[in-house]
Design a protein around this ligand. Structure first.
Ligand code: NDP
Length: 426
């Protein structure tokens, strides 16, 4: 008997809506490759409806006191926790993130972050400027109006909440464009926002492809700002499209983050940090530790312990409470990561762990990549330079701290890095 495929509707102007032409797109569970739901494949028609609804709702939402808006955010936070099980299961099924993570991290953090925005909004003030005795000059914060939020798939719910909380508490209305592969938690959050008292039109969701729906949102004349997280190439495209209407854009893009272990580091602590930094969310984190620089004096010891610890990470069915590594989010992403692994092997990197597609009963139909570690890497290798966004780690030796700094800075990215040492002078 085949499992029931749920037909989702999106939320525009406070109404549940399908695409006007009835088009839908399949939502696939990356743990087993099955279609679990269908979501509306919206087009520019729905973008226009959503932006019009957000524009209509904007004056009333902006005229509320920050206290009134804060109450809606706090109510939404409570509703998220009241629906913890449902949201966590939904996120696990559409994204593959292990249920122990979605239950204990993603969904509770969504609730907590809304509490944060509800509180911090009340503390926002303007400034007075000492221009001269003949003039009073001050800044007053005003809402921008309609903000477009284009979110990535690596933390489907949390990425929406981070953007949504900031936009709503400051009096803006929003149109969210979630990723095509993981729109379900976003739709559910919009439904809960209505239940929490957000007036119709304050939170709208347009599900559908980035090239059509996303670009229509970016170019819409009534959208004042775009908040985007995702691929650097997409970010550049959005920035260029937004420039034609001189829109503000906030971009959070890729990273290739260095993990530097200095000669005096506590190896056990560094290994513990490395396992978390490298494999949390199956490596699908913009700030994931990805290229490792380890002082030659402890390279062998660190490598042995890191590979040993990584080899015990339990991957497989994300619905199992014991699982710490789920699949990657979609098949083409798995294939892209496997391409990196094959090319790293050919380039002479030393495969120390993983490197083969898992084939156990609970992984064979899903998009799994086993934790993979390459040693003896050099900075010119592709795996040391490109953002892989998966559980693939490259280790490289260095001799001096100056060399470690030079290697770390030799990148086109600049997102995060960590240094492991017992001496802050370092
Ligand atoms: P994208 O940047 O393509 O997707 C992110 C969001 O942008 C999605 O909602 C997507 O919609 C939308 N989008 C795509 N193209 C456009 C466009 N032309 N105009 C407006 N919106 C658009 O990332 P991918 O999902 O393709 O992931 C590719 C790589 O990006 C990853 O392998 C990783 O390296 C990086 N990435 C980085 C993230 C980070 O946190 N910094 C997060 C996610 C990815 P749709 O899903 O419909 O295409």
């Amino acid at each position: 008997m085949s499992a029931q495929i749920i037909e989702y509707k999106t939320v525009i102007a406070g109404e549940r809506m399908s695409a006007s032409d009835g088009a839908t797109m399949p939502i696939i569970n990356p743990a087993n490759g099955t279609v679990i739901a269908r979501a509306p494949k919206c087009g520019s028609n729905e973008v226009n409806l959503a932006v019009a609804a957000a524009l209509k709702a904007a004056p009333e939402w902006a005229s509320k006191t920050v206290g009134e808006r804060s109450k809606v955010l706090l109510k939404l936070s409570q509703l998220i926790m009241a629906n913890l099980n449902e949201l966590a299961r939904l996120e696990t099924m559409e994204h593959g993130s292990p249920i122990r993570k979605t239950m204990n991290f993603d969904v509770p953090l969504c609730a907590e972050q809304l509490e944060y925005f509800a509180g911090v909004g009340r503390a926002l003030t303007g400034e007075t400027l000492p221009v001269g005795p003949w003039c009073t000059s001050m800044t007053i914060r005003e809402p921008l109006g309609v903000v477009g939020l284009i979110t990535p798939w690596n933390f489907p719910a949390l990425m929406v909440v981070w953007k949504l909380g900031a936009a709503l508490i400051t009096g803006n209305t929003v149109v969210v464009k979630p990723p095509s592969i993981t729109p379900l938690t976003t739709i559910r959050l919009a439904e809960l926002a209505l239940e929490a008292g957000a007036p119709p039109g304050v939170v709208n969701v347009v599900t559908g492809p980035g090239e059509t729906v996303g670009e229509a949102l970016v170019q819409h004349p009534d959208v004042t700002k775009i908040g985007f997280t995702g691929d650097t190439v997409t970010g550049k495209r959005i920035m260029s499209l937004a420039s034609s209407s001189v829109k503000q854009v906030g971009l959070e893009l890729g990273g290739k983050n260095a993990f530097i272990v200095l000669a005096d580091a506590d190896v056990d602590s560094a290994v513990e940090g490395a396992v978390f930094g490298a494999f949390f969310n199956t490596g699908q984190v913009c700030a994931a530790a990805s290229r490792f620089y380890i002082h030659e004096s402890l390279y062998d010891r660190f490598t042995e312990k890191f590979v040993e610890a990584s080899s015990h990470l339990k991957y497989g069915d994300p619905m199992n409470m014991e699982t710490v590594l789920g699949p990657v989010a979609y098949a083409a992403h798995r294939d892209k990561i496997e391409g990196y692994i094959e090319r790293a092997k050919k380039a002479g990197a030393d495969l120390l762990l993983g490197g083969e597609r898992p084939d156990t009963p609970d992984t064979k139909d899903g998009f799994f990549v086993a934790p993979t570690v390459f040693g003896s890497c050099s900075n010119d290798m592709e795996i040391m330079r490109d953002e892989i966004f998966g559980p693939v780690i490259a280790l490289c030796k260095f001799k001096t701290n100056e060399e470690a700094v030079a290697l770390t800075n030799d990148t086109k990215y600049g997102l995060s890095a960590s240094v492991w040492t017992k001496d802050l002078e370092n």
